[in-house]
Design a protein around this ligand. Structure first.
Ligand SMILES: Cc1cc2nc3c(=O)[nH]c(=O)nc-3n(C[C@H](O)[C@H](O)[C@H](O)COP(=O)(O)O)c2cc1C
Length: 405
C-alpha cells in the first residue's frame, strides 16, 4: 500500500495494526501503529526513513512497486531507532552503495546496531541537499527523543519531516492517514500520549527546540511524523501544543493511582476523592487502578495533574510492586514537581506508605503531606479520617496554587 502526500511525495511505510505495545510494555497503542517512510521523486529520488526490521522484506518488495531501487539516489534516516532504520538491512542488500544522510550521532547508532560500513554522509544543522526543484534542509534535534534525531524540511511542498516528534500511534486505513480525516479529540489524546511517554522527560530541551523551530520562520504547510497521520489541515496546531506541553503544563486535576489486593486501599481512594470534592468541586479527580490501566495511560493522567496520591497496600513489608514501578516511571518522566502524598491499607507491620514517602523524598519529589495508612479495612471512623485527609490535601494544593500566582 502507498498513498500520495503531495504530487512529489509518496508514503511507502508499513501499517502494523496488531502491534499493541511499543518498547516491551512501556507504551501501549491498543490499535497498533504505522512506520512512516516517504519517497520523494525529483531530479534525485530520496527515501526518508524505512520501517521496523521484521517488516523489512515486505517493505522492500512493496517499494519496488513504486520505484526501481537503483533509482533511489539518497536515503535519509531521521534517527537510528530500529522501527525506522530496521529495514535498512534488507534495503542495503539491494543498493549497498546508496548514500545514507544522517547526523553524526546516527552514524554511531546505526553502526552500533547493524555493524555495517554503509556509505554514511554526516549532516549538520543548516546543511542543504538540492534534489532538483526541491531542497532538503537538515536541523539536528538532539534528545527529541534520541541523541541522533533530526528534522528535515523540504522546500516547494513545504513539508517538515519531523521524526517521532508530533507523532501518534494509529494504524489508520488509507483514507485516515491525514489529520483532517480523524476525530480531533482522539488525535489530540494520541499525540499527547506519545508526547508524555517519549518527550516529557526532555521538556526543557523540547521547549527550546520548538522555539528554535518557530524562529526559523519556515513556511511549514505539512508535517510528516514518523508514526501516525500527517498533519496538513493546520500543522501549527501541533507545534503550539508541543510548546504548551513542554512548558510546565498542568490541568485542573488530581490523580489518585493505586493498586489493591482486597479492596481496602481502593475504598480509601474513594473516600479521599470524596473529601477532595467536598472542598474543591471544580477539580477533576482521576482514579486509576493499576490493575485495570496501563502505566503509559496513567503517566498521562499524572502529567496533566497538579497533585498525585499513590495508594499501596503493604505487601511483604514493602510497597506493592506495580506502585514501586510507577514511582520509577514518574521519576524517569521527571514529573517530580507535582504535589505528592500516599495512602494505603495494611495488616500488621504497615510499611508501604512510609516507604513511598521515603522514595518521594529521596528522588526530590515535592511531598505535601506525610500520607495516611489504615489497619485492615476502613470502618466508619477510618472513612471519616480519609475524607478529612482528602479535604486537607486539597486545601494544601489550593493554598500552594495561590502562593504561586
Ligand atoms: C501476600 C500478602 C503479603 C502481605 N504482607 C504484609 C506485610 O508484610 N505487612 C503488613 O502489614 N500487611 C501485609 N499484608 C496484609 C495487607 O496489607 C492487608 O490485607 C491490607 O488490608 C490489604 O489491602 P487491600 O485490601 O487494599 O489489598 C499482606 C497481604 C498479602 C496478601
Amino acid at each position: 500500500m502507498s498513498y500520495k502526500i503531495t504530487e512529489g511525495v509518496t508514503w511507502v511505510g508499513k501499517i502494523h495494526p496488531d502491534f499493541g505495545q511499543v518498547f516491551g510494555k512501556k507504551l501501549s497503542t491498543k490499535i497498533g501503529t504505522t512506520y512512516n517512510s516517504f519517497l520523494i521523486k525529483d531530479e534525485k529520488n530520496v527515501l526518508i526513513d524505512t520501517v521496523w526490521s521484521p517488516l523489512g522484506k515486505e517493505f522492500v518488495s512493496d517499494l519496488k512497486k513504486e520505484i526501481d531501487l537503483k533509482e533511489i539516489d539518497y536515503i535519509v534516516i531521521t534517527h537510528g531507532e530500529l522501527d525506522h532504520s530496521g529495514a535498512l538491512e534488507d534495503l542495503m542488500e539491494e543498493i549497498p552503495h546508496t548514500p545514507i544522510f544522517c547526523t553524526g550521532a546516527s552514524i554511531c547508532s546505526l553502526k552500533g546496531q547493524f555493524h555495517k560500513d554503509w556509505n554514511f554522509i554526516q549532516v549538520k544543522t543548516g546543511d542543504e541537499l538540492i534534489i532538483g526543484e526541491r531542497k532538503l534542509i537538515f536541523y539536528e534535534s538532539k534528545m527529541l527523543h534520541w541523541p541522533d534525531s533530526m528534522f528535515v524540511y523540504m522546500t516547494k511542498d513545504n513539508i517538515l519531516f519531523s521524526t517521532d516528534v508530533f507523532g501518534q500511534n494509529y494504524s489508520a486505513h488509507e483514507s485516515l492517514l491525514f489529520d483532517d480525516c480523524l476525530d480531533g479529540e482522539e488525535l489530540y489524546q494520541r499525540a499527547l500520549k506519545v508526547y508524555v511517554n517519549l518527550f516529557a522527560s526532555y521538556n526543557k530541551i523540547v521547549n527550546k527546540k520548538i522555539e528554535e523551530l518557530k524562529n526559523l520562520n519556515l513556511d511549514i504547510k505539512i508535517i510528516c511524523p514518523s508514526h501516525g497521520v500527517t498533519w496538513r489541515s493546520n500543522p501549527w496546531y501541533i507545534i503550539d501544543k508541543y510548546a504548551q506541553w513542554s512548558n510546565d503544563y498542568e490541568e485542573n486535576q488530581i490523580t489518585i493511582a493505586y493498586e489493591t489486593l482486597r479492596g481496602s486501599t481502593e475504598k480509601m481512594a474513594q473516600y479521599i476523592e470524596e473529601g477532595i470534592k467536598q472542598v474543591w468541586s471544580e477539580i477533576k479527580v482521576k482514579l486509576c487502578n493499576l490493575a485495570h490501566m496501563d502505566n503509559s495511560d496513567i503517566i498521562v493522567e499524572i502529567f496533566k495533574s497538579k497533585a498525585v496520591l499513590l495508594g499501596s497496600p503493604t505487601m511483604n513489608n514493602g510497597i506493592f510492586p506495580s506502585i514501586a514501578g510507577l514511582i520509577e516511571l514518574i521519576k524517569g518522566t521527571k514529573l517530580k514537581d507535582k504535589h505528592y502524598s500516599a495512602f494505603g491499607s495494611y495488616g500488621w507491620s504497615g510499611e508501604s506508605v512510609g516507604q513511598i514517602i521515603e522514595d518521594f523524598k529521596r528522588y526530590n519529589f515535592r511531598v505535601i503531606d506525610e500520607g495516611i495508612k489504615q489497619l485492615w479495612a476502613p470502618d466508619e471512623d477510618a472513612k471519616n479520617r480519609c475524607i478529612e485527609f482528602g479535604k486537607s490535601f486539597a486545601n494544601k494544593i489550593k493554598d500552594s496554587d495561590k502562593k504561586e500566582i
